[in-house]
Ligand binder design. Structure first.
Ligand code: PMP
Length: 365
């Protein structure tokens, strides 16, 4: 920390992203990436001609991409705003809809960036604990008096989801504030709130190309809501970074959005692999939360979360462990290809057998 850093930022604890090793020696199940490549249409679109165009700025209005997203979600292009990853959409939304007098309400166990951004933007946080079983009680979000609310649905890192009808009641009960629904993982089995946009001018839905469309490295997300809310977000965007989406990403996003068959097929495979993974973990005595996302959240009584994470890493498998209250014994495991998950089970069997042998060898007095 230099002596020049603003006092306001000195206590800020930045978000720690999951490990991104730059070699290929790990089975990577730690940052909820898709194990399948993006649509072949995206690869075709980013061809040499597109690369030659990199000397020119990208389209600040993202017109073709907006058209593709609007068509897919039955909205008008003015109801959509792309972001440099949905992280940027969410950050812009907090910048636009929160301030010292308009706190941000969110769960205690949820996506860690909400808290970090609130800190960076000097927004007061209203943290609402999840229930003992990590479910979210919608009633705790009714009538929050104009606060901005953000709900990840499905939630991360739990994977648990609320039906859209429950979110609708929250949106209805908070007509004086904006409700942001972060649907980063919705395509793997959750119920989207996009159809509610036409009924509620205070609803903003944020999605991403990072997970279900296999474009995490392209950095592309999108917010959807009333034209007025989207105009507010554009006000922030055009005050910060008008060319926030680069040319290659615009092409990859537009083509991937149009390839509906590929999207459905790969999401279906990931969801099916999630179900078999959850069953295999349960067979081994793990508690596994009911997930609608492309990951599962699981724990075992046989080993502490941190130790199991380290043992898996030693065997070349990366999963995510959060050293945080309530979840320190849980691991978030992204869904890979079936063969990756098979290797995970083999590694778990070896590690847990070792641990139980070591336990049995302990003196008992
Ligand atoms: N929301 C949630 C709940 C997430 O888990 C993530 C990424 N890990 C994001 C948003 C942001 O994803 P991206 O910026 O890649 O779209």
């Amino acid at each position: 920390m230099s002596k020049f850093l603003s006092k306001r930022l000195q206590n800020l604890e930045p978000y720690t992203p999951g490990e991104q090793p730059q070699d290929q020696q790990y089975i990577k199940l730690n940052t909820n990436e898709n194990p399948y490549p993006p649509s072949p249409w995206a690869a075709e679109a980013i061809n040499a001609a597109a690369v030659n165009q990199l000397r020119l700025y990208s389209d600040p209005t993202c017109e073709k991409l907006l058209q593709a997203i609007a068509t897919r979600y039955e909205l008008q292009p003015e109801q959509v705003m792309p972001g440099n990853g949905s992280d940027e959409n969410l950050f812009f939304a907090l910048r636009a809809f929160c301030d010292e007098d308009t706190p941000l309400a969110y769960a205690d166990v949820t996506y860690g960036c909400y808290k970090v951004w609130a800190g960076l933007l000097h927004i007061p946080s209203h943290v609402i604990p999840l229930e003992k079983d990590f479910s979210l009680d919608p009633k705790k979000y009714y009538s929050l008096g104009g606060e901005t609310i953000v709900i990840a649905n499905p939630n991360a890192p739990t994977g648990m989801a609320l039906p859209a009808a429950e979110i609708e009641k929250i949106v209805q009960a908070n007509a004086g504030g904006v409700v942001i629904v972060d649907e980063a993982y919705v395509d793997f089995g959750g119920e989207s709130c996009v159809p509610l946009i036409k009924k509620y001018p205070n609803l903003l839905v944020v999605q991403t190309f990072s997970k279900s469309r296999s474009l995490a490295g392209a950095r592309l997300g999108f917010a959807m809501g009333s034209a007025e809310l989207i105009a507010d977000l554009n006000r922030v965007k055009f005050s910060l970074n008008p060319y926030n989406i680069n040319r290659l990403t615009l092409l990859a996003g537009e083509t991937a959005m149009r390839d509906e068959d590929y999207f459905r097929r790969t999401c279906g495979i990931v969801a099916a692999t999630r179900e078999t993974t959850a069953q295999e973990l349960a067979k081994r005595g793990f508690a596994v939360l009911p997930s609608k996302a492309n990951f599962v959240f699981a724990r075992t009584d046989k080993m502490a979360g941190g130790a199991l994470y380290a043992a898996l890493k030693e065997k070349g498998i990366l999963v995510r462990h959060f050293d945080a209250p309530r979840i320190a014994d849980w691991l978030r495991i992204s869904i890979g290809k079936p063969e990756d998950m098979h290797k995970l089970m083999e590694a778990l069997d070896a590690i847990l057998e070792n641990a139980s042998r070591a336990n049995a060898a302990q003196p008992t007095d």
